[in-house]
Design a protein around this ligand. Structure first.
Ligand SMILES: Cc1ncc(COP(=O)(O)O)c(C=O)c1O
Length: 362
C-alpha cells in the first residue's frame, strides 16, 4: 500500500487524495489523447477546455459575475508584490498597505524599491504581529490608489475576520494562504491574488481575480508580461501557461464543489481549527498561543511549548508518528499546525490526540 502521512506543511501543502488519484490516472492518458496534460499544446482544444473550466469554476465558487477576470500567471505571489504598484500606482498617488507580518512587509518593500509612495494604513508590527488591526484602526487617504491587505498571515498565524470598508478605494488582497477556505463576499475585492500551493493546488501558478474595471487604471509603458491587460485580453494565454498546475487547480476546485462548495469547506475548517485552538484554550500554560483571539488564523495555528527543547522533541516525535510539517517558520520558531482545505478532519483530530499524549508524557 502507498504510504501517506498527515501532512501539515505550510506550503507547498497536502493535496486532496482524490485529486492525486485522478491525476495519477490522467498522467498517462488525458481524456483519450494518449498523452498527459503536460504533453499537449496550451493552444489545443483539450487544454482550452481545462483552462476555461478552471476559470468558470473559480467564479462559480466565489460567486462572481463576468465583471471579474480570472488570470493565471507564473512567478508566485511574491511577483505580484511588484506588479501591483507597477500597474496601479501612478506618479502622485499613494498605495495604502496594512502591515500584518512578513508577507505584507515584503509587499511594502517592493513599492519602495520602485520609488513609489506607501501609506501605512495600519500595523501590528509593534506587538509582534499578534493581531489584525480592526476596521476602525485602519485609515488611508480617500484618494489612495488602493488598499492592500494580507488576508491570512501564514507565518504569524493571524487572519482577517472583519474586512475594512474601503468605499471607492479598491481593496487588493494577498489571499495566498486562505483563498476559498470559507465563505466571504469576494465582490468586496477589486483584486485577489494567491500562489496556488496552499489551498488551490501545486506551486507554479498564481491565481489573480480582478475586477475588469481595474484594467482601465493601467497606464502604458509597462513591460508586456507585467501589464495585467496582456493576460486579461489573451485569457492568460499570451505565452505558454503553466498547464499542469492549472489542471490540478481545476481538479481541486471540482473537489471543493463536489463536497458542497465553500459552505461545507467552511464547516469542516471551523471544526478543525476549533480542535487545535481547544488545546490552546484548555492548557494555555503548555500550549501558549500568542495570537489575539479575534485575529486567530483558521489555516495556520501557531503556539509555543514551555521550552524550545520540548518544541524540537514534539516535532521529531510527531514526524516518527506520521505527522509532518509542524515546525513553526524559522523566523518565529514554535509549532505551526497548517489546516488548509485538504487537511482532513481526521488529521486534525489525530494530531490533537498526539499533542495531548505528548503533554502527558512531557
Ligand atoms: C500570505 C503569503 N503571501 C505570499 C507568499 C509568497 O508566495 P510565493 O512563494 O508563491 O511567491 C506566501 C508564501 O508562503 C504567503 O504565505
Amino acid at each position: 500500500m502507498t504510504k501517506r502521512v498527515y501532512n501539515f506543511n505550510p506550503g507547498p501543502s497536502t493535496l486532496p487524495l482524490d485529486v492525486l488519484k485522478k491525476l495519477q490516472v490522467d498522467l498517462l492518458d488525458f481524456e483519450n489523447t494518449g498523452m498527459s496534460i503536460m504533453e499537449i499544446s496550451h493552444r489545443s482544444p483539450e487544454y482550452d477546455k481545462v483552462h476555461n473550466d478552471t476559470i468558470a469554476l473559480t467564479k462559480e465558487l466565489m460567486g462572481l459575475d463576468d465583471t471579474y477576470k480570472v488570470l493565471f500567471v507564473g512567478g508566485g505571489a511574491s511577483t505580484q508584490f511588484a506588479y501591483i504598484p507597477m500597474n496601479f500606482l501612478h506618479k502622485g498617488e499613494v498605495g495604502a498597505y496594512v502591515d500584518t507580518g512578513t508577507w505584507s512587509a515584503k509587499a511594502i518593500k517592493e513599492v519602495k524599491i520602485l520609488g513609489k509612495e506607501v501609506h501605512l494604513a495600519g500595523s501590528s508590527k509593534d506587538d509582534g504581529y499578534t493581531f489584525i488591526p480592526q476596521p476602525d484602526e485602519i485609515d488611508f487617504p480617500i484618494d489612495a490608489a488602493y488598499l492592500h491587505i494580507t488576508t491570512n498571515n501564514t507565518i504569524k498565524g493571524t487572519q482577517y475576520h472583519k474586512l475594512p470598508n474601503t468605499g471607492n478605494v479598491p481593496l487588493i488582497a494577498d489571499m495566498s494562504s486562505d483563498i476559498l477556505s470559507h465563505q466571504i463576499d469576494f465582490s468586496k475585492f477589486s483584486m485577489i491574488y494567491a500562489g496556488a500551493q496552499k489551498n488551490l493546488g501545486p506551486s507554479g501558478v498564481t491565481m489573480i481575480v480582478m475586477k475588469e474595471s481595474m484594467l482601465d487604471k493601467i497606464e502604458d509603458g509597462i513591460p508586456t508580461m507585467i501589464d495585467y491587460r496582456t493576460h486579461a485580453t489573451k485569457n492568460s494565454l499570451f505565452n505558454t501557461a503553466p498547464t499542469l498546475p492549472i489542471y490540478i487547480v481545476k481538479l481541486v476546485l471540482e473537489w471543493i464543489k463536489d463536497q458542497g462548495g465553500l459552505s461545507t469547506v467552511e464547516t469542516i475548517n471551523r471544526t478543525k481549527k476549533d480542535i487545535i485552538y481547544g488545546l490552546i484554550d484548555e492548557y494555555p500554560e503548555y500550549f501558549h498561543g500568542p495570537v489575539r483571539k479575534d485575529s486567530r488564523s483558521w489555516m495556520n495555528v501557531v503556539f509555543r511549548l514551555p521550552s524550545e527543547d520540548l518544541e524540537q522533541k514534539l516535532v521529531a516525535e510527531a514526524k516518527s508518528a506520521g505527522f509532518i510539517g509542524l515546525k513553526g517558520h524559522r523566523s518565529v520558531g514554535g509549532i505551526r499546525v497548517s489546516l488548509y482545505n485538504a487537511m482532513t478532519l481526521e488529521g486534525a483530530e489525530k494530531v490533537a490526540d498526539f499533542m495531548m499524549n505528548f503533554k502527558k508524557n512531557n
